[in-house]
Design a protein around this ligand. Structure first.
Ligand SMILES: *Cc1c(COP(=O)(O)O)cnc(C)c1O
Length: 396
């Protein structure tokens, strides 16, 4: 395919495939676990759906092309994809992982992989010197999640990939927050891209799925072996739903990101917001670096209100977003990390990770930005009154 076409064109080309038999404009849903072999000695391309299925393969080919890798793989969840990736390691191997890595990734490292002799060191990946210091002779992987959750800290993918290369390790990047629309880690030197496709790629809060894309055929063969061996493949109908979600990924995430920028700017002007974390804000500590590796601040931001009571008042008075875990959907999703994604950390650990008790994370959906801002403005009025009430009761 010509290099000069735009990403949005490529997205449609890769996800719309005219069926040669019927002319159907969409990839058929091949709900079949097994495939008849026409010849006693020569078997066809497909034999059993755990090993390969044409609908799943259409999705895998699409994500591979969009991320610019050799091959893609669809898994039953983001965690299934991430777990398979870590199972490239063997007993005695070591991984360098961000301190503020996604909770599920933290859990498999600390509670599962250790039992099999796979070791890890948690570091602040935004600090290159700290990453370098953590690398050991047995380190096989440096893991990156950028921007991070929920404070949107930015890690330099190119620099990490260079460190990894110098030490003969692989670089894995969880690209869930940016998607290939805004950030393509393989082009920056990473070896493997991982996604919770449950989020932006599905986009409608209706599928749990994971994707992995390997830069080289060599790595792809190893991932394929694990995908088939472990068996945590994405179901056929969910594969089709992801293909459908992918088609509108570009328009969805661009609109959401444009609104997120406006919402983030709105919060910076509110006295009730002590902190606003969004890599599209010029005063965000990682803004400059982020702009070098991504084309947008994305659709997720977080902001810190005075305390838990203020966060509660805000959540109780907003009308548009759902209050839930997850992100990356058509509807805005507001979540409270201290009791949701980061509930497993104690208060000290949370404070250290920059997750104050008034912190709320917002994934901006496709509602009109002005309506969202109106809704938040109204909820902040309640926060203001509630804080005043607290102040008065203290005075008395
Ligand atoms: C949700 C999420 C995951 C885990 O994906 P699941 O689909 O829930 O298994 C991994 N990484 C990030 C950044 C996520 O947001």
């Amino acid at each position: 395919m010509s290099k000069s076409i735009h990403f949005s064109t490529k997205l449609i080309k890769e996800t719309v495939a005219v069926d040669p038999q019927t002319g159907a404009a969409n990839v058929p849903v091949y709900l079949s676990s097994t495939f008849h072999q026409k010849n006693f000695d020569q078997y066809g391309k497909y034999d059993y759906t755990r090993s390969g299925n044409p609908t799943r393969e259409a999705l895998e080919d699409a994500i591979a092309s969009l991320e610019g890798g050799a091959r893609g793989f669809a898994f039953a969840s983001g965690m299934a994809a991430i777990s398979a990736a870590f199972l490239l390691l063997s007993a005695g191997d070591h991984a360098v992982v961000p301190k503020n890595v996604y909770g599920g990734t933290f859990r498999i490292l600390t509670q599962v992989l250790g039992r099999f002799g796979i070791d890890h060191t948690f570091v602040d990946t935004t600090n290159l010197a700290e990453v370098e210091r953590a690398v050991r002779p047995n380190t096989k992987v440096i893991y990156v999640e950028t921007p991070s959750n929920p404070t949107l800290a930015v890690t330099d993918i190119r620099a990490i990939a260079a460190v990894a290369k110098a030490h003969r390790c692989l670089t894995f990047v969880d690209n869930t927050f940016m998607t290939p629309v805004f950030q393509r880690p393989l082009e920056l030197g990473a070896d493997l891209v991982l996604h919770s496709a449950t989020k932006f790629i599905s986009g409608h809060s209706d599928v749990v799925a994971g994707l992995a894309v390997a830069r080289t055929e060599e790595l792809a063969d190893k991932i394929y072996f694990l995908q088939n061996a472990l068996g945590a493949v994405l179901g056929v109908q969910d594969s089709w739903l992801l293909l459908r979600g992918l088609k509108t990924l570009d328009v969805r995430i661009r609109k959401s990101a444009a609104s997120a920028q406006r919402v983030a700017e709105f919060f910076t002007e509110q006295v009730e917001a002590r902190n606003v974390f969004y890599p599209g804000l010029p005063n965000h500590p990682g803004a400059e670096l982020h702009a070098k590796q991504s084309t947008s601040g994305g659709a997720v931001l977080s902001f810190e209100l005075e305390n838990e009571a203020a966060a509660r008042a805000f959540v109780n008075h907003v009308k548009l977003p759902v209050f839930a875990v997850s992100l990356g959907a058509v509807e805005s999703i507001l979540s409270y990390p201290p009791k949701m994604s980061h509930a497993e950390l104690n208060e000290g650990e949370r404070e250290e990770a920059g997750i104050g008790s008034g912190l709320l994370r917002l994934s901006v959906g496709l509602e009109d930005a002005e309506d969202l801002i109106g809704d938040f403005s109204h909820a902040l009025d309640y926060v203001r009154n509630q804080v005043k009430v607290t102040a008065r009761s203290v005075d008395y």
